[in-house]
Structure formats: C-alpha cells, structure tokens
Design a protein around this ligand. Structure first.
Ligand code: G
Ligand code: G
Ligand code: MN
Ligand code: NA
Length: 251
C-alpha cells in the first residue's frame, strides 16, 4: 500500500500530468483531436504506467479525485486549442458507475468554457459487466450534456454486440492488437477490421484504428475505410505545450 500513499501525495502535490496523442482524419490526414493520457513520474521508481496505478486508484477510491483532475485539466488544455479540435478522456468503469460523474463533466466543461461536442469520453466494454438500469441512465445523462462517446479497446475483453444496439456511441476505437501486424501477409486482422468498419458505418459511428506504427499499416487502414487513425506513425503522446507549439506553427 506504499504506492497508494505515494499516489495520494502525487495527486495533492502536482505530481501527475497529462500527455496528448494526435488523432488524425483518414481522409484529410489533418489532426482532428488528441487523446489525453495520464502519466505519473514517481520520485524514486520513475515513470509508472497507468495500467499499474489506475487499478490501485480504483481499489483505494482515489480514482474519483484523479478522474476529476484529469477531466478538468484536459478540458482546460483543450480550450486553448484551435476551435473544433477535440480532446478524448479515458473514463474508468468506477467513474462511469458514479451517479455524480455527469456533474464532474459539466463542471469541467463550464470551468474551461469548452463546448461539449469538443469532449469525447472513452469508455471500455467493461462498463457493461454490471449492465443495469444505472448503465442506461448514465449513457442518457452523458448524451444529454452533448459530449461525444467512444467505445475504447473494441474487440478485446467481453465483446458482446448487444450493447452496440442500445448504447449511443459516436465512435468505435479498434484495439491496437488488430491494427499491429495487420499488413503482414496472411494476417486475419484486416478481415476483422473490415467487419468492424462496416458494422460501425451501418450504425452511423466513426472508427479510430489505434496503434498504427508503419506505412504499410497506415495504407491498409486507410484502404479498409477507418475514419480516423491514432498511432506512432502520426505522433506519440506529447506534453500540452508541444500541442500548442504545433498548432501555432500550423498557423
Ligand atoms: O498511455 P498508455 O499506453 O500508457 O495507457 C495505458 C492504459 O492506461 C490505457 O488503457 C489507457 O486507456 C489508460 N489510461 C491512460 N490515461 C488514463 C486516464 O486518465 N484515466 C483512465 N481511467 N485510464 C487511463
Ligand atoms: O487503451 P487506450 O487506447 O486508452 O490506450 C492507448 C495507449 O496506446 C496509450 O498508452 C498510447 O501510448 C498507446 N499507443 C498509441 N499508439 C501506439 C502505437 O502506435 N504503438 C504503441 N506501441 N502504442 C501506442
Ligand atoms: Mn483510450
Ligand atoms: Na484503446
């Protein structure tokens, strides 16, 4: 539990920060938004992955405060970007299950004076593990605010198609495990990506292919019709200051 104490201290003492990874339109190759990714540089142990400390935050109940900090910081940063450029924020299942979550979102938008359509919430399939009336109600409340909803890590985990029928997603994010190696001869990934894209299109949803690293993967993804691309081929996660500098240099 030492790490939990350190995390508590980091949150209180400005020890967490966000980096932003560009999301690019497949058609125009212009940046349409950035995904906010949380980073913790531990004073002794160095960088600790969110895959390690987010579960600790969930178990200890710290996730509420951390999630609030992420939401406010991401909205404030995005308010300085060119109009129309979106920010995507990852939402953990316990945040999603908290009835106070829509208020957190509204407060962050209002505090930053950010239009709701510029915020995209990334939700994983695991929120459907405890699928009940509360889940449906939360989707309704979030849509009513006007934010966009993305289904993250699609194809991994619990993958039932039942929830695509009723949950009001604007976008499906195709997991990296399907994108990486998709251009390799004999890979079955491209057939899976193609099927996801056609499903999403039929439901009126965008698709982001995640984790494209090579020119071959990029070419294939564009050919398969994914509407958006996010991967090292276009950019790694970067500090907010670098996002701003990049936008200034583009005019
Ligand atoms: O950026 P990186 O690949 O290290 O992210 C690893 C995992 O941590 C990803 O699944 C990502 O969704 C998750 N993650 C990153 N930032 C946040 C955050 O702010 N909140 C939550 N809940 N998860 C995050
Ligand atoms: O689960 P989620 O999609 O929220 O996590 C995104 C994570 O994927 C981030 O931690 C980000 O650093 C990582 N990522 C994004 N693009 C690439 C890529 O092209 N290659 C690799 N290896 N990781 C990537
Ligand atoms: Mn994500
Ligand atoms: Na993902």
């Amino acid at each position: 539990r030492a790490l939990e104490e350190d995390l508590r201290r980091a949150l209180a003492a400005d020890g967490l920060h966000l980096v932003y990874q560009p999301v690019v339109s497949s058609k125009t190759e212009q940046i349409t938004g950035y995904e906010a990714l949380l980073r913790w540089n531990h004073p002794v142990r160095g960088p600790i992955s969110p895959t390690l400390f987010i579960p600790i935050a969930e178990d200890s109940g710290l996730i509420g405060q951390i999630g609030e900090w992420v939401m406010h910081t991401a909205c404030r940063d995005a308010a300085d970007w060119q109009d129309g450029i979106r920010v995507a924020v990852n939402v953990s299942p316990s945040q999603f299950a908290n009835p106070g979550f829509p208020s957190t979102v509204m407060n962050a938008l209002a505090g930053a004076q950010l239009a709701p359509e510029r915020l995209e919430l990334e939700i994983t399939e695991s929120v459907f593990l405890n699928d009940d009336d509360g889940t449906d109600a939360m989707f309704t409340r979030l849509k009513a605010i006007g934010v966009r909803l993305a289904l993250d890590d699609f194809g991994t985990g619990y993958s039932s198609l039942g929830y695509l029928k009723k949950a009001p997603f604007d976008k499906i994010k195709i997991d990296q495990s399907f994108v990486r190696g998709a251009a390799t001869k004999g890979s079955r990934n491209s057939a899976i990506i193609k099927a996801i894209v056609s499903l999403a299109e039929a439901l009126g949803m965008d698709t982001t292919a995640e984790g494209a690293e090579t020119q071959d993967e990029l070419a294939l993804i564009r050919q398969l019709g994914c509407s958006h691309i996010q991967g090292y081929i276009y950019g790694k996660p970067m500090p907010a200051a670098d996002v701003l500098a990049g936008q200034r240099s583009m005019g």
